[in-house]
Design a protein around this ligand. Structure first.
Ligand code: SF4
Length: 432
């Protein structure tokens, strides 16, 4: 039996229908528990689609009198989203707005909001990658998640808290290991429903945390989408029905990382390959080839020391930004790509700031080679980063460069001769 057959069989079974009813009833209970507004985070992926469907269906069974608190659907636009996914999300948001204001909250549309968060201009991707020369993000220096995703969402939550004593953030995150259905429902019983968020007075509610991947697929593929979207589109986006992960809606540091899987930024270099974009291309979106080539290029040059300002030692080793000539080449290639594909890849305001940062650095360079930005590549204690495929954790008492040939690697078979022979200084931080 194919995976899709299993999903269909599951979705049509009586016990699955009962499970969904239990989830809806749990969601209604949580909604009625207090009068704090709900902010439902929506990325457009299957998990947040399943979550929002469940919320809408659950609340549609309440009386108008009970539907008396604000409901916000919050999306986040990093401004470097995969254009095809971005288009899908924009279409969904508009339908969600119409459904919310004209159906679910018809009695009081002023209580229903659809919003899209965006990073502040100085925190945007190109301003930092090209304007400031930040290294293309990797697992050890993922400077983008906070700037592009967490901060805009935190701002929205913070602004809401100025108007309300408390807010509930409703998330579609799921645990890697889902519990069986009975256990999952038991987990909600008692007071385990909400957890604290890092922002005081904000609580997090994740009603599908224990729902399995297959159950989510069964639900989104076999339940009519209340706002009239076509969930079959999700199959195209994911490549196949069971491919699994997506970039979760990240609302705070240290909880769940993004970039591990492919439902995120088209420029993401945290993953080795952008399988989602590769899949789009295989399925006919040939125009994305240029985007993929650009992403792969900024991934590759991240590996080369020759592209960076050399490290300096000020208490601890810090790595310099991409060289000015590399950043200029990036911008040139990006603008050429943008012209070629006819899709906005860098907004005008962002382009202007990026250019002025490059100009400032050019002037500084001709005035004496000064660079302003240096980066600690890892926040961990004494973590040495060799390459994307290998990490060696070492203890060091003295500061100073570390040479790869002296390091015992965790997976030495993955270290190529090129790296072993090089005298490349490792990225590391020593606690002071
Ligand atoms: S998807 Fe990748 S590039 Fe985008 S914020 Fe997450 S880690 Fe950064």
């Amino acid at each position: 039996m194919s995976k899709l057959d299993t999903i269909v069989k599951t979705g049509l079974s009586d016990d699955f229908a009962a499970y969904i009813d239990d989830l809806k009833s749990e969601i209604r209970g949580a909604y009625l528990e207090n009068d704090a507004p709900w902010i439902v985070c929506f990325s457009g992926g299957k998990d947040s689609t399943a979550l929002l469907q469940l919320v809408f269906y659950a609340l549609s069974e309440l009386d108008e009198k009970e539907l008396a608190k604000e409901l916000h659907v919050l999306s986040n636009d990093t401004l470097v989203e995969n254009p095809a996914i971005s288009k899908h999300v924009d279409g969904q948001l508009e339908r969600i707005r119409v459904y919310g204001q004209e159906k679910l909250y018809k009695h009081n549309p002023g209580l229903f909001f659809v919003e899209k968060g965006k990073p502040k201009i100085e925190e945007r991707f190109w301003v930092n990658l090209i304007g400031r020369g930040y290294p293309s993000p990797n697992r050890w220096f993922r400077w983008c998640t906070e700037r592009l995703k967490i901060n805009p969402t935190s701002k929205y939550i913070g602004d809401s808290l100025e108007r309300h004593e408390k807010v509930i953030i409703v998330l579609g995150t799921r645990k890697a290991e889902s519990a069986n259905r009975a256990v999952s429902m038991r987990n909600y019983a008692g007071n385990g429903r909400f957890r604290n968020h890092t922002l005081p007075d904000a609580l997090v509610y994740a009603p599908i945390a224990d729902v399995s991947n297959d159950d989510v697929w069964s639900y989104v593929l076999l339940t009519p989408n209340p706002w009239g979207g076509d969930n079959m589109d999700l199959l195209d986006i994911y490549g196949n029905a069971c491919a699994g992960g997506e970039c979760p809606f990240v609302i705070e540091t240290g909880v769940q990382s993004c970039g591990k899987s492919r439902f995120g930024c088209w420029v993401c270099t945290v993953v080795d390959r952008d399988k989602s974009m590769e899949n789009f291309i295989v399925n006919g979106e040939k125009w994305m080839e240029g985007l993929l080539a650009f992403r792969n290029w900024i991934y590759e040059i991240r590996q080369e020391d020759s592209q960076y300002v050399p490290p300096r030692l000020v208490g601890k080793v810090q790595f310099g930004p991409f060289l000015l000539r590399v950043r200029e080449e990036m911008l040139e290639r990006l603008l050429k790509l943008q012209d070629g594909v006819g899709v906005e890849l860098i907004g005008e305001e962002e382009l202007n700031i990026t250019r002025s940062l490059l100009e400032e650095d050019k002037k500084a360079q001709s005035a004496g080679g000064m660079r302003r930005y240096f980066f600690e590549m890892s926040k961990g204690e004494r973590i040495a980063v060799v390459s994307d495929c290998n990490v060696a954790e070492i203890k060091r008492k003295r500061l100073g460069p570390i040479y790869l040939k002296n390091i015992k690697f965790k997976k030495s078979e993955d270290v190529t001769n090129k790296y072993l022979k090089s005298k490349r200084v490792m990225y590391y931080r020593v606690k002071t």
